[in-house]
Design a protein around this ligand. Structure first.
Ligand code: IVH
Length: 683
């Protein structure tokens, strides 16, 4: 294959895998495999800059920043929606349009989530993403193409998968509309990262998404977990498109756009209303925030004929859910101590129900926020709860003040250890810098035993705090010296009620979980240490580059910066962590306790490990390894793990209740092994 053909193939393949990963949530290759292909693409592009196509994945990030965004006229008005508050309002809408056109009587309806995000308009010429804009005033928006290119669920070329959608002819010029947003979980994780780093947290997913798309450095947008769902075709030239909303959704999905799977079509309005109402209480099940459902006439020709009132089309209505905002009294301000010592204020509220949940605590973000909003103890405050996001205080109801409210003063000492708190230049946070602070230790241990780290099931907050109080845990390594007696003493009545098990059984299970965790591979242990800036991904990179913690501890900042993704700040952070006396003690204790995993070869994932050049597929439940463990184990031995069996698969690792992968492996003559043999192969 000549280089040009190879390059074109890479662009197609990488876009296909991006779609599998970001839109379908069903990747076919590992991240490492993806990175290999991507690096190859980058090498070719460096040698042949004139070949770079606009749909190349490399064009998603790093494009040049502009001073401000150019204005762009939309090919058709980007309309808004009229609101209905409840079923009767929705019936009244139906009556209004039925009087205008009798066909409405027989109409079908499509109900879709009304995503609380930011409307964007995406242009595709000859199937290639050429422009993306904000809604603006509905006529003219801002050209934010460079930022939208970094949103990985936006296809750069459609159809994404030609084979599957070969019957689809894409119009020469297609303009679609969708909503961009940050999923709730990602938002929480982002805020947690920011809080731990002492930076300002964001108020809500919507503002964060909007702000990220309208800032001028695309690298910043790329770093935000933004995604989108598409629901409308605004304009099409040179090709037909469906004339029913339901078919539009199917069509957009087939082209490779992310489309909601919570939409449904109904033969009559009452069924549509009933479905809409079920989502009011179920909205927490969605991964994003919604403020209602949109009820649309399925027949788009009929909808168009009905016209609009102002900017609202008559053919659709937004059925708004009751806002999850209430007012209540701020009874006090508590202060939580995080893993890195960051102090975070939270609101202690007079208990209040918001959308079926009793709320007594809400975040206040940081001390500056309290001052900026002039939030006083005793104030009536407006509280918002959205999805699973921790409720937050929007602000005080100033008009409701009696004069008895008290301004809040941030603490000068740590609420857990009473040591003076400190503030660092350039950060908003206040820190407790006492390395022996029990609250910090508790958060550290919680992190150490958490799922992505040592994964010690059963070691909950209560037990951890008790063990610290009893002096049985002074650092993470002490987890491995716990005895049955230690645990029995720390199991509280409350734990027992939750667990519904005798304390002896709880202790046994916990000891077994601790024992099992000794086998975690190096990357998990590195992630567990809680080094600032070192998450799961970076821990994996470090584990591949260093054979064990002893060698990593000796690495200089320069050594560390050889690894892609590690800049001077993180490198310094790592060196600093390993330089601290207390941490060196933890390492020595871990080594003595035999918790000292090794990467077989410094080269790790590159060919050369025991599994170098080999590809594995895992199916069924393995006796001791979880799916993640098995993957970590194989990768830390230099092997690759993929999701589907092919001729290239070296081994199928077989567990109980295997899926169809077993049949496929048999039919292709792929070698089949169990967990034990896997470990033997690794030596
Ligand atoms: S349809 C003619 N569908 O809600 C098309 N809008 O309050 C009119 N929105 O400006 C829009 N999810 O930004 C439509 N499934 C959905 C939506 C949706 C969110 C937003 C959209 C619109 C706003 C109106």
């Amino acid at each position: 294959m000549d280089t040009k053909t190879r390059y074109e193939k890479l662009v197609r393949e990488l876009n296909f895998h991006l779609h599998r990963y970001h839109v379908l949530d069903a990747p076919l290759i590992s991240d490492a495999e993806y990175d290999n292909l991507y690096n190859e693409l980058k090498r070719i592009e460096a040698a042949h800059p004139d070949w770079v196509t606009p749909d190349s994945p490399s064009q998603r990030a790093g494009a040049k920043a502009a001073d401000r965004f150019a204005k762009t006229r939309h090919p058709a008005p980007i309309l808004s929606l009229a609101n209905a508050f409840g079923a009767d309002d929705t019936r009244a809408w139906f009556e209004r349009i039925r009087k205008l056109d009798a066909r409405v009587e027989q109409a079908q309806f499509v109900v879709e989530p009304k995503i609380d995000g930011l409307s964007v308009v995406l242009h595709y010429r000859e199937g290639v993403f050429t422009q993306g804009a904000t809604r603006g005033d509905g006529e003219i928006g801002e050209d934010i193409t460079i930022n939208l290119r970094t949103v990985r669920s936006i296809p750069l070329k459609i159809p994404v998968n030609r084979k599957q959608s070969s019957a689809i002819r894409v119009p020469d010029y297609l303009v679609v509309r969708g909503e961009v947003f940050i999923p709730i979980k990602e938002f929480e994780a982002l805020n947690q990262r920011l809080a731990e780093a002492g930076e300002k947290t964001y108020l809500n997913p919507r503002n964060t998404a909007a702000g990220s798309l309208r800032q001028l450095d695309p690298a910043l947008t790329a770093a935000r977990p933004i995604t989108l769902l598409v629901y409308q075709i605004v304009h099409a030239e040179g090709g037909g498109i469906p004339t029913s909303q339901w078919k539009i959704l199917e069509y957009l999905r087939a082209l490779g756009f992310p489309v909601t799977d919570a939409a449904q079509r109904f033969d009559n309005l009452e069924d549509a209303i009933a479905y809409t109402e079920t989502w009011d209480t179920r909205r927490d099940q969605l991964s994003y925030e919604v403020d209602g459902m949109v009820v649309k006439l399925d027949d788009l020709d009929l909808a168009a004929e009905l016209g609009f009132v102002g900017k609202d089309p008559r053919g659709a209505i937004a059925f708004k859910f009751p806002a999850r905002e209430v007012t209540t009294t701020l009874e006090g301000v508590g202060v939580a101590v995080g893993r890195t010592g960051v102090l975070t204020p939270y609101a202690i509220l007079k208990a209040v129900e918001i959308g079926g949940v009793i709320v007594e605590r809400a975040t206040l973000h940081n001390f500056d926020y309290i001052a900026e909003k002039d939030i006083r103890v005793g104030d009536r405050v407006l509280v918002k709860r959205a999805g699973e996001v921790i409720p937050y205080i929007i602000g005080p109801v100033v008009g409701a003040r009696s004069g008895k409210e008290k301004a809040y003063k941030p603490p000068t000492t740590c609420p857990a250890c009473n040591q003076p708190v400190e503030h660092f230049e350039g950060e908003v946070a206040w820190y407790c810098v006492n390395a022996a602070c029990p609250a910090q230790l508790a958060r550290n241990i919680e992190h150490f035993v958490s799922r992505g780290a040592m994964d010690i099931v059963g070691m909950g907050t209560k037990i951890v705090e008790k063990l610290i109080e009893a002096g049985r845990i002074g650092d993470a390594a002490d987890v491995f010296t716990l005895t049955r007696e230690d645990i029995l003493e720390s199991v509280t009545k409350k734990d027992r009620k939750v667990e519904k098990e005798p304390p002896g059984k709880i202790a046994e299970n916990l000891l077994a979980a601790i024992e099992a965790s000794r086998m975690r591979p190096l990357n998990r242990l590195i992630a567990a240490l809680g080094i600032r800036g070192v998450g799961e991904t970076l821990a994996g990179d470090l584990a591949r580059s260093f054979p064990d913690l002893g060698v990593l501890a000796k690495a200089s900042a320069e050594d560390l910066q050889q690894i892609e993704g590690i800049g001077p700040n993180i490198a310094e952070g790592i060196v600093d962590w390993f330089g601290r006396e207390a941490n060196r003690t933890v390492l020595a204790k871990l080594k003595r306790a035999g918790v000292w995993p090794k990467t077989p070869k410094a080269e790790g994932a590159k060919p050369g490990g025991a599994f170098g050049g080999l590809t594995f597929v895992v199916t069924g439940t393995l006796p001791t390894f979880s799916r993640d463990d098995a993957k970590d184990f194989i990768e830390s031995n230099g092997g690759k793990v993929t999701d589907s069996v092919s001729r290239k698969t070296s081994y199928l690792v077989l567990g109980e209740n295997p899926g169809s992968k077993l049949d496929k492996a048999k039919s292709l003559g792929v070698k089949i092994i169990g967990e034990e043999e896997l470990m033997r192969l690794a030596g």
